[in-house]
Design a protein around this ligand. Structure first.
Ligand SMILES: [Zn+2]
Length: 277
């Protein structure tokens, strides 16, 4: 009986290793056996939630959640119960067939957001910068609602909206014109209260001025712009997104405030925008 249990335990680990991780993240999960069953426990060290999309095929076990359920583990949480299985026939053993439980960084249940939110331009008052590449741009914005502000290295980059810093990369210096250099992007990601995330890319080496977990206010300095990563010239890239089940992230349209009473639905390629507030 003990031998059987060990075999089943090994099978368990084999199953849990098949989980696809679509993001570089830091979380751990483990199975915790108890009298009459087992449960999956997770530790999430990220500043973002993690979503498990359940898919298990147990034998002689009843799950407390159906396959396909999205289980969201809050950020910075230890020992979170993801799913629990109770033995059906207590006199028999139990096991799992291969499943395809997946994990994602972000809250996949959160698909609603404030479409009418008005963002501030990400630079100082009275400065003006041109949009070098806009929505669906043909250099690197295909199928993305992303914006590139052409700006000299060392321009102060300000937060477009209040939020919490959920990711920072700041040590890179390498740059090239090809997608492979995206891994060298220095970046700041800020989570807003409606679940959207704005990412700001290409800061100069060690130019980031915020830290992970920090609360930031709209207009606050978050870093100095650069020309690092996948970049053809000095610029700041911004895009707003929600984590999406199929595409890792789904970018969203954003409205911007240009002047005190002047709001635009879209910033256009080739146009220069002066921040008048
Ligand atoms: Zn860009």
């Amino acid at each position: 009986m003990k031998k059987l249990f060990i075999i089943l335990l090994l099978l368990f680990f084999a199953v849990s290793n098949t989980q696809n991780r679509t993001w570089i993240d830091s979380y751990t999960s483990n199975w915790e056996k108890f009298e009459g069953g087992t449960k999956l426990m997770a530790n999430n060290d990220n500043w973002l939630p993690i979503t498990f999309v359940l898919d298990y095929h147990p034998e002689n076990l009843k799950a407390d959640k159906l396959n396909g359920t999205y289980v969201v583990v809050p950020p910075r949480t230890k020992n979170y119960e993801v799913v629990r299985f109770d033995k059906i026939d207590k006199s028999k053993g139990w096991k799992f067939k291969k499943g395809n439980t997946r994990t994602y960084l972000g809250d996949l249940t959160d698909t609603e957001y404030d479409e009418n939110y008005i963002y501030d331009l990400p630079f100082e008052t009275n400065k003006s910068f041109k949009i070098g590449q806009g929505y669906n741009g043909n250099i690197s914005h295909q199928n993305k609602f992303a914006l590139d502000f052409d700006m000299p290295v060392n321009t102060k980059v300000l937060a477009c909206r209040d939020g919490i810093v959920v990711q920072v990369v700041k040590k890179n210096s390498k740059r090239c014109n090809e997608p492979k250099c995206a891994e060298f992007n220095n970046l700041v990601k800020i989570l807003h209260d409606d679940g959207t995330i704005m990412q700001y890319l290409h800061f100069r080496q060690n130019g980031v001025r915020v830290r992970l977990g920090q609360k930031v206010s709209k207009g606050q300095l978050i870093g100095l712009s650069g020309n690092v990563g996948w970049s053809t010239a000095p610029h700041l890239h911004v895009d707003l997104y929600l984590t999406d089940k199929n595409n890792k992230y789904k970018t969203l349209r954003t409205k911007f405030k240009i002047n005190k009473n002047d709001i635009v639905d879209e910033l256009n390629k080739g146009q220069t925008y002066l921040k008048g507030y």
